[in-house]
Design a binder for this molecule. Structure first.
Ligand code: PEP
Ligand code: MG
Length: 759
């Protein structure tokens, strides 16, 4: 059987038609309005590779060392050529075309991969294969083959190898489904996403749904009281753009919404009522609240996709369990040995290991408490084993604090006298919330390492629906999985310098010793770990920005220039532009990821001052073969000059700007961010800083450029309030602050909606 109609398949048919087709079939058979379509079955793919006798050659071609990027790229190419060049078995070809004609030979369809390996642990795997929209009869056979070939992209080969799956055992089916030429579309949550209350939330905009899903448009927002069966709340947004099918090219394009419709309400009360009926059916079918993509065409509702949503209630229960499990030392100030800043939350007890130099890291065992002056990137492996961290130096944005938060390791930093006061083998308790270290065991010791226990307590991820994207900052690739499990909308900042610092060599030293290719691979590997963990959520990666004093501590550091004030010196884009060879190696790492299919990677340039910096950086992208018009890229706004030149930055073609308030504050207020003597004057919410940010947001909004904040201040509720009000597109916070930021953004957005309604 080469073809199976969706109306004839059900959830049990995954092996034959893949996960996507099986779930669409299941919904169709329960009376839900799914666009008509059929699946080209997995056995059809199997027969194709067997009867054309390409199977053996195909699996040989992809059996390569996945760490060898060239071999990986060749494997993808070879597999694709084999599949695209092999002739169709005549009967399969005839079956597919006959089924297409049953849909209507003039139909336009979506062709989507439907992997049969749905039981793989990482759901993103299923999304790795291709999708083609607006396909006509003429192209359908080619697109089906391309879906088959997408089983062998570099990402897919690499991923299967890492997970230990045999290439020869994974099958693929393809869904061919009539396109819905939606006049209006959007997403809905069948129940309240936070409380699980019987309230449907709907976002709607004109045209095809991609505009809402991708965030290109601010949709209308509706709530529907399911108990009262009545519309509860309506907020109409100005919808400037819509996605439509270009009738000439068949492509989906973005166009302006006619002025008269921009402020017009998208959904009538009747349509909301009907959507609620559909939502009811889906929710009762699955027995849990669903996140549904829908479309309306010629008055009919269609359901395009449905996924379960996790409710906040479950999450709070999980959190409560977590805090009971780790115990608490609240209210027990007796026996405080040292105190400092609570830099990473959590409580635990363990044995002290004072680490004076790197060669002492070996003495740190599972669950021990590392006590040190200050951490360096080489300590990360030991930190992953440890139960907690205590340092003499450092503030909330120090390496120790950032990495501990990402690893979920309780940490107290800046204790000044910890290495002098605490001694090896001493049993102590750590409270990373209050910033105290007490004598003896006042909290249970972590039975595994801190990273794992904290990761468990932060799951499952539940995400309130916010118009503002809430993303997460990631500093070390090791923390990617944990960061991804927060349910954040992507990574707002991944600093490339952390990957370089962890090699313990300056870039120049590394390249001299190991060669350019090895340097590029080191960067690609770290970046890929994060891009993979979040795929398809966007991951914004920043090119190098380490001040010379940080590089000086590495091997090769003696060659670094000696600067009177490194913060105002040779760092960020200015250094990259002055050293184009190293800059191009960084950019080559991006190009490699794009070639591997990581289209979720976005490029970010640090410490730009004006449009000239941006134009030069853009030229370097082009020089290594990255097309700036095809990729999402942007710049940090962390100097007052760049904020004041926002118009110029937009004109240079950026897709987004991201506020680096750590630097923007120090440069606006003339307060060195690392100088304790002026720390009391460091205020990221100073009116001057906020004004620069607000004005930049306004300029960018007028020009359709997205705005984001990724400095430490993004984790402050007051900053979130300011910026959500100002219309910022996304906020990126530390991993431990994602949940609170989601709640705060939601609260502010609801206030804005209420204010608008009351006016
Ligand atoms: C910032 O300046 O706010 C920022 C995020 O960059 P960094 O902390 O790496 O300078
Ligand atoms: Mg900065």
């Amino acid at each position: 059987m080469s073809v199976a109609w969706l109306s004839a398949v059900c959830a049990n048919d995954i092996d034959t038609v893949g996960g996507k087709a099986a779930s669409l079939g299941e919904l169709t058979s329960h009376g839900l309005p799914i666009p008509d379509g059929f699946a080209v079955t997995a056995p059809a793919y199997r027969r194709f590779i067997t009867e054309t006798e390409i199977a053996e050659e195909l699996f040989d071609a992809v059996d390569v060392d996945v760490e060898d990027s060239r071999a990986l790229a060749e494997a993808e190419q070879r597999a694709r050529t084999l599949i695209l060049d092999a002739p169709w078995p005549e009967d399969i070809r005839a079956d597919v075309l006959a089924a297409f004609d049953d849909l209507g030979s003039e139909s336009v369809v979506a062709v989507r991969s439907s992997a049969t390996a749905e039981d793989l642990p990482d759901a993103s795997f299923a999304g790795q294969q291709d999708t083609y929209l607006n396909v006509t009869r003429e192209d359908v056979l080619d697109r089906i083959k391309r879906c088959w070939a997408s089983l062998f992209t570099q990402r897919a080969i690499y991923y299967r190898d890492e997970q230990g799956f045999e290439h020869s055992e994974v099958d693929i089916a393809v869904v061919v489904q009539k396109m819905v030429h939606a006049e209006k579309s959007g997403v809905l949550f069948t129940s309240h996403p936070s409380t699980g209350a019987a309230e449907m939330t709907v976002e709607a905009a004109w045209g095809l749904g991609e505009a809402v899903v991708s965030g290109a448009v601010s949709p209308d927002h509706y709530t529907y009281d399911r108990d009262a069966d009545a519309v509860d709340d309506v907020t109409v947004s100005t919808k400037k753009v819509m996605h439509v099918r270009d009738t000439e090219t068949g492509e989906t394009t973005e166009t302006a919404v006619p002025e008269a419709k921009q402020d017009q309400r998208v959904l009538t009360d009747g349509e909301l009522h009907d959507l609620n009926d559909v939502g009811d059916l889906v929710e009762s079918h699955y027995g849990q609240p669903q996140d549904v993509e829908w479309a309306i065409s010629e008055g009919d509702i269609y359901l395009l996709q449905s996924r379960p949503i996790t409710t906040i209630d479950e999450e709070s229960e999980a959190r409560d369990d977590g805090s009971h499990a780790t115990g608490t030392v609240d209210g027990q100030d007796d026996g405080v040995l040292v105190d400092g800043l609570g830099a990473s939350p959590g409580t635990t007890a363990g044995t002290v290991r004072v680490v004076g130099s790197l060669d002492q890291l070996d003495k740190v065992n599972q669950g021990d408490i590392i006590v040190t002056e200050m951490t360096t990137p080489d300590m990360v492996p030991a930190m992953k084993r440890a139960g907690a961290l205590v340092t003499d130096e450092g503030g909330m944005t120090s390496h120790a604090a950032i990495v501990s938060r990402e690893l979920g390791l309780p940490a107290v930093v800046g204790c000044e006298t910890a290495t002098a006061t605490l001694t090896d083998d001493q049993l102590v308790s750590i409270d990373g919330d209050r910033g105290v270290v007490t004598d003896g065991q006042q909290a249970p010791a972590s039975d595994t390492d801190g990273q794992q226990s904290a990761a468990a307590s932060s799951a499952p991820a539940a995400k309130p629906m916010t118009a503002t994207d809430i993303k997460v900052n990631v500093s070390i690739p090791e923390a990617a999985e944990r960061a991804a499990s927060t349910g954040a909308d992507g990574v707002g900042l991944l600093r490339m310098e952390h990957m370089v610092l962890s090699t313990n060599e300056t870039p120049a030293h590394y390249v001299a010793n190991h060669g350019e290719a090895a340097f590029v691979s080191t960067l690609t590997d770290g970046m890929r770990t994060v891009a993979e963990a979040f795929y398809p959520r966007p991951v914004r990666i920043r090119t190098l920005d380490a001040p010379t004093d940080e590089f000086r501590q590495l091997e090769g550091g003696t060659d670094e220039p000696v600067e009177h004030n490194p913060m105002l010196g040779y760092r960020g884009i200015r250094r990259s532009l002055d050293e184009p060879e190293t800059f191009r190696l960084q950019l080559r790492a991006f190009r490699k990821l794009y070639e591997m299919g990581y289209d979720n990677v976005e490029l970010l340039f640090p410490l730009v001052v004006d449009g000239d910096d941006v134009r030069q950086a853009r030229a370097q992208m082009e020089a290594v073969g990255i097309d700036p018009d095809q990729r999402d890229w942007g710049v940090m706004v962390e100097t007052p000059a760049s904020a004041l030149c926002a118009e110029e930055l937009c004109d240079a073609g950026v897709d987004f700007v991201s506020f680096g308030t750590n630097d923007l504050t120090q440069y606006t207020l003339a307060v060195d961010r690392n100088n304790g003597a002026v720390a009391d004057r460091y205020d990221a919410l100073h009116p001057a800083v906020v004004r620069l940010i607000r004005e930049t947001i306004a300029t960018c909004r007028e020009r359709g450029v997205a705005t984001s904040i990724c400095g430490q201040a993004a984790s402050k509720p007051a900053m979130i309030r300011e910026l959500v009000e100002a219309g910022i597109t996304s906020v990126s916070v530390n991993v431990d602050a994602v949940h609170d930021a989601q709640q705060e953004a939601k609260r502010v957005e609801q206030h804005l909606i209420l204010d608008a309604v009351r006016e």
